[in-house]
Design a protein around this ligand. Structure first.
Ligand code: LRH
Ligand code: MN
Length: 389
């Protein structure tokens, strides 16, 4: 078995996972949003908190924004603020799921006036990308129906395709749209982009600047997500991930917390195609809510979970795996993967961090920094950020 450690270290040193700005604000469920002390009041403070995660992990150099949750007067100034903090603004997320006009949908709404309003918001998000220098527009639509007969399933697809085409036409040369699917919620009968196949079909029709985002919490129980990864990679239509984990539905828990073996299997497919680094064009993002746990440590732990799953995947002896697979050696092939998965990669990651001048234990380093106490003391008054739902 060839020593894969040097290769693994090289890739791990270059890995970059994008943080969601909304993970630093208050979040919860329909039952309760528990406010936490020190939570940011505006996107500037969200970026400051995100910068702490990058400072201690060295692997979280960008932050996704969500509009209007991160609405601000001067997006170019916000981008400069990010640069001063050694991070950058990444994906711009649209929001057509919180306005009263969108009760029956946004881009799939029966009323053309409502669709116009939704598309205008999506076009405004592209204007914001021009100001922040972002290349990715991520589109998730809550659109769907709750009862059979409520609306035309095919008619809604026509409306969706028409609206997506207008947004696609507005994209700049270095910009793309990432279409995110989700099985259900908030709609409970049909969802207009419910699965990877629907997202893939719309992206194929749109063109090369349209790709699919896989949110790991958006599938029916038992769905083999790594199959979807392998398929979309083969088609060149995998645009990115919203990493999180779940025990039941769209729980938005820390990635790898509920099913670290699934995360490893997903990273294995990506490692086989050598698309782990930013140059691959695949956007690796977290999409999580830290409803009861402290948010900055929650993001640090999440980045570490992705790093650990990645390190294990990078240690898979691919030659031995390919040999066992072509020999039909079922148990042999499975054992190659399990050997890597059962490897304790924490010493390897500590070496990668040390080589970058970082503390071997980012969680302990952040806790010792006193930043948590600082923001609790400083951020008094004002309105804490949240989903505003
Ligand atoms: C929808 C979703 C989408 C975001 C939102 C914060 O469930 O995953 O990616 O817009 O969460
Ligand atoms: Mn998501």
């Amino acid at each position: 078995m060839s020593d894969r450690t040097p290769y693994a270290k090289q890739v791990l040193a270059g890995q970059s996972i994008e943080m969601p700005s909304w993970a630093f604000g208050n979040s919860g469920t329909r039952f309760k949003v528990f406010a936490q002390q020190g939570v940011p009041r505006d996107p500037y403070e969200k970026l400051a908190d995100a910068a702490q995660v990058h400072k201690y992990t060295g692997a979280a150099g960008s932050v996704a924004l969500h509009i209007p949750w991160d609405k601000t007067a001067d997006y170019a100034d916000l981008a400069r603020h990010a640069a001063d903090l050694d991070v950058r603004i990444g994906t711009i997320n649209s929001n057509t799921f919180q306005d009263d006009d969108y009760m029956l949908g946004s881009v799939c709404h029966p009323d053309a006036k409502v669709r116009r309003k939704a598309v205008d918001h999506l076009l405004e998000c592209v204007d914001i990308m021009d100001a922040t220098g972002s290349s990715d527009l991520k589109l998730w639509f809550a659109d769907g129906t709750n009862y059979p007969g409520q609306d035309s399933i095919a008619g809604r697809q026509d409306r969706l395709a028409e609206c997506l085409a207008e947004v696609y036409a507005r994209l700049g040369d270095d910009q793309r749209l990432l279409l995110e699917y989700k099985l259900f919620e908030p709609s409970f009968y049909t969802t207009d982009v419910p699965d990877w196949g629907t997202a893939y079909a719309h992206c194929l029709k749109l063109g090369p600047k349209a790709q699919v985002v896989i949110d790991t919490g958006h599938h029916a129980p038992g769905v083999n997500i790594e199959f979807i990864v392998a398929f979309l990679l083969r088609e060149g239509k995998l645009g990115g991930f919203d990493f999180n984990s779940r025990f039941y539905a769209d729980d938005d828990l820390m990635v790898g917390a509920a099913d670290p073996f699934q995360l490893f299997r997903i990273l294995h497919e990506l490692t086989l195609r050598e698309v782990l680094l930013p140059a691959s064009g695949i956007a690796y993002m977290l999409d999580q809510c830290h409803n009861i746990e402290p948010k900055i440590p929650g993001q640090i732990r999440s980045i570490m979970n992705v790093q650990e799953a990645t390190a294990k995947a990078l240690l898979v002896d691919r030659e031995a795996l390919a040999a066992a697979q072509s020999a039909g050696d079922v148990l042999g092939a499975n054992a190659v993967l399990m050997d890597a998965y059962n490897t304790d990669v924490r010493p390897l990651l500590a070496e990668v961090r040390a080589a970058k001048g970082l503390d071997a234990d980012p969680m302990a380093a952040y806790a010792a920094s006193g930043y948590a106490e600082e923001i609790k003391a400083a951020r008094v008054g004002g309105a804490q950020a949240g989903w505003g739902a």
